[in-house]
Write a protein that binds this ligand. Sequence first.
Ligand code: PLP
Length: 389
Amino acid sequence: MHKADRLGKLPPYLFVTIRNKIREARERGVDVISLGVGDPDQPTPPHVIQALQQAAEDPANHVYPTDEEKGMLKFRQAVATWYADRFNVKLDPDKEVLALIGSKEGNHHLCLATLNPGDTAILPDPGYPAYFASAVFAGADVARIPLSRADGFLPRFDKIPEELSKKAKLLFLCYPNNPTGAVAPLSFWQEAVAWAKQYDVILVNDHPYSEVTFDGYRSVSVLEAEGAMDVAVEFNSLSKPYNMTGWRIGMAVGNPELIAGISQVKENTDSGIFNAIQYAGIAALEGDPQQSRDLMKIYQARRDRTIETLRAIGLDPDVPKATFYVWSPTPAGMTSADFAAEVLEKAGVVVTPGRGYGEQGEGFFRISLTVNDARLDEALGRIKSAFAK
Ligand SMILES: Cc1ncc(COP(=O)(O)O)c(C=O)c1O
């Protein structure tokens, strides 16, 4: 097969590479514990499963989804109510909300809706690898801006070269941040909106970790910033707060023209989300928020044990207020790939090398807290023994 050039432009997808390494080690008989991928280990709440079962039994839902490219009005209304309760952001369910097959789909289809060959998309470095593929599939050029630890892993708008600001068409941001776990205050979003307006750039907040927060921290939506609706779109997801990664359901909210653009791509690409999954999504959004908070207590306890272990072996990670990731510097003088290889070899544990998220990720590694407590503790125990000081 002669592959399209666009596939040749993509590096191997980070998690595929990790899956291959795990397979190889398992074939050698190693009991590998993967702390590589952020995929919740807990089950989807029972009331959500019941809503799916009930809706799946109704033949009315066996046809193409209602309002295919937009999602059912009831789902969009549930999203609008959730955004009003959660962020005090008012959304028109008809024009400012769209059902998605996960936030990943939204990122991708936004690029197809807005970027022409030769346009420039700015990506954070380090950053979620799928942004690059989405921009490249749209034929766009990619520029990266650094997120440094000294700046709390937030980009510095005063340091973006004027020439780049002028030619940029779209900026991807993600707070709470994968991979660094950093969070962004409202003042940051105000600055981002002002910059986007000044240079006429589409501002994206990829926000699937909005509910994965600890120590009483509450994440901020970009749409809370004044004037954001003129330039911004936010992607959110049911994947992480409700343990629904496999269900593939999320939402885009924000600027009506951007929402209409994504919708137009969807109309010509997929036929929306199975109605029964949308009913399950409504049940999740309308459920008791305490369930999600209880889940976050589990991650918070795992975070604390992980930080303690890393400190015990002489590392100095920040304590994240959000996301189920711990982003830690590697031991002095070690590249992230070397350290990840050593952790696999000495402890049989997979951590993700920071370099996989971009050049600025070099010197860091990421631990995901989404394995059950017993396996996490086993992994942490092995790391502690293997790297004891
Ligand atoms: C930053 C970021 N965006 C998007 C996604 C994909 O989420 P979804 O399941 O909603 O497509 C992930 C998943 O890990 C992520 O980390």
